[in-house]
Design a protein around this ligand. Structure first.
Ligand code: SF4
Length: 386
């Protein structure tokens, strides 16, 4: 370990992320041990590391079978559907990998209330009942009061309103929960502090620890669910996947009434042309999804329209239990197909909802448009154990 890295790791790491007592050796090549890990009913963290290791790549078929059986056991044949809605792409953030970072020449836009109503009507016509509202970093154009109003409008139309925005304080999260927001999606991007610092050149997002603590603040603030993940391609994926696992286990233990889901975003083509230092091919992506499914049997695993059609078709029901559909990554994209791009990244699967559902049904899977009801919209009240 380099002195620089050691210095970073000494800084106030939470206990669940502390690598010092033991961090698994991910170079395992013991084939019998890998097979035994895949078939284990209650795998340890060390066994997860084995399943994530390159050597486990030759057992992909066995992992897929296990992942499918576990997914069927816990989710039946259902695949929950949701869609993202970009409220604003104003951002002064300096994330190297993002097409709408402050130094990109992206066209900027923010939805006003009337436009949001139009968007919601268009989404309502699609019969979707779960939505994620997105913005960039905290900006005057899209701060908490704006978000609160948007959540309230959105909650008039659909049952399950989530946000994927900037990290907030606990009272701010509570304000949004009171307005009808039920969940927060917030990726740590990478759990490697050195890479994190390099990727986030300026702005509030440079604060690694504030972001790490944000899911706790959101849950204490009354949110019911947390969506988490690492942006695959930024740093060593084995380390990031292990940290995602540890983070999920920590949240599930501390806030045992809360729901946690995990997404697997990979770096996608975007304005600025950032290339992944750790490219993740489709087999690696599948391996990571299967490994997490085997180790977290009842946690929803999510795959978005960032991924191409063949990957999504292949992974539906094989570990993945929740998918975005009919996504637009432009501001106002549902009701207005303007020519100039405001998108954060390119999407790959552009199928309509009927076409996507047809694919699911052909695979014997059942698309679920609504799995939560707004009558349960009271903010959650839990403060976590120890
Ligand atoms: S990733 Fe988010 S915070 Fe970073 S530049 Fe893009 S929109 Fe802004």
């Amino acid at each position: 370990m380099s002195p620089k890295r050691a210095l970073h790791l000494m800084k106030e790491l939470p206990e669940w992320l502390d690598p010092t007592p033991w961090f698994p050796n991910t170079e395992s090549t013991d084939k019998r041990a890998i097979q035994s890990a895949i078939l284990s009913e209650n795998p340890t963290e060390r066994e997860l590391a084995m399943m994530l290791s390159p050597a486990a790549g030759e057992f992909l078929e066995l992992m897929a079978q296990r992942a499918q059986a576990i997914t069927r056991r816990h989710f039946g044949r259902t695949v929950s559907l949701y869609t993202p809605l970009y409220l604003s792409n104003f951002c002064n953030g300096g994330c190297l990998y993002c097409g709408i970072a402050g130094d990109r020449r992206a066209k900027r836009a923010v939805l006003d209330k009337e436009q949001l109503h139009h968007e919601m009507q268009a989404i309502k016509d699609l019969h979707l009942e779960e939505l994620v509202l997105l913005t960039g970093e905290r900006m005057p154009e899209a701060d908490v009061p704006y978000l609160r109003d948007c959540v309230a409008i959105t909650a008039e139309y659909i049952h399950n309103v989530n946000i994927e925005v900037f990290p907030m304080s606990e009272p701010e999260y509570r304000e949004l929960a009171d307005a009808g927001c039920t969940g927060v999606t917030l990726y740590q991007e990478t759990y490697d502090q050195i890479v994190y610092e390099k990727m986030h050149r300026w702005g509030d997002k440079r604060d690694f620890f504030s972001r790490l603590d944000a899911p706790d603040r959101a849950l204490r603030g009354g949110m019911r669910t947390i969506g988490m993940g690492a942006l695959l391609g930024l740093a060593d994926p084995l380390h990031d996947m292990l940290c995602v696992y540890r983070h999920a286990k920590y949240l599930l233990k501390k806030y045992w009434k809360a729901g946690v889901s995990i997404s697997f975003p990979r770096i996608q083509p975007q304005l600025g042309g950032f290339a992944a230092d750790y490219p993740i091919d489709e087999k690696m992506l599948a391996q990571y999804i299967f490994a997490l499914r085997i180790c977290l049997p009842d946690v929803p695993l999510v795959l978005s329209t960032r991924e191409p059609q063949r990957v999504r078709d292949g992974m539906a029901g094989l570990g993945i239990s929740k998918m975005s559909v009919a996504s637009k990554t432009t501001v106002g994209g549902y009701s207005d197909d303007s020519e100039e791009s405001t998108e954060q990244f390119s999407i790959s699967d552009e199928r309509t909802i009927p076409d996507f559902c047809e694919m699911l049904k052909e695979k014997g899977l059942e698309p679920v448009f609504k799995n939560w009801d707004s009558t349960y919209r009271e903010p959650a009240h839990y403060h976590g154990t120890t």
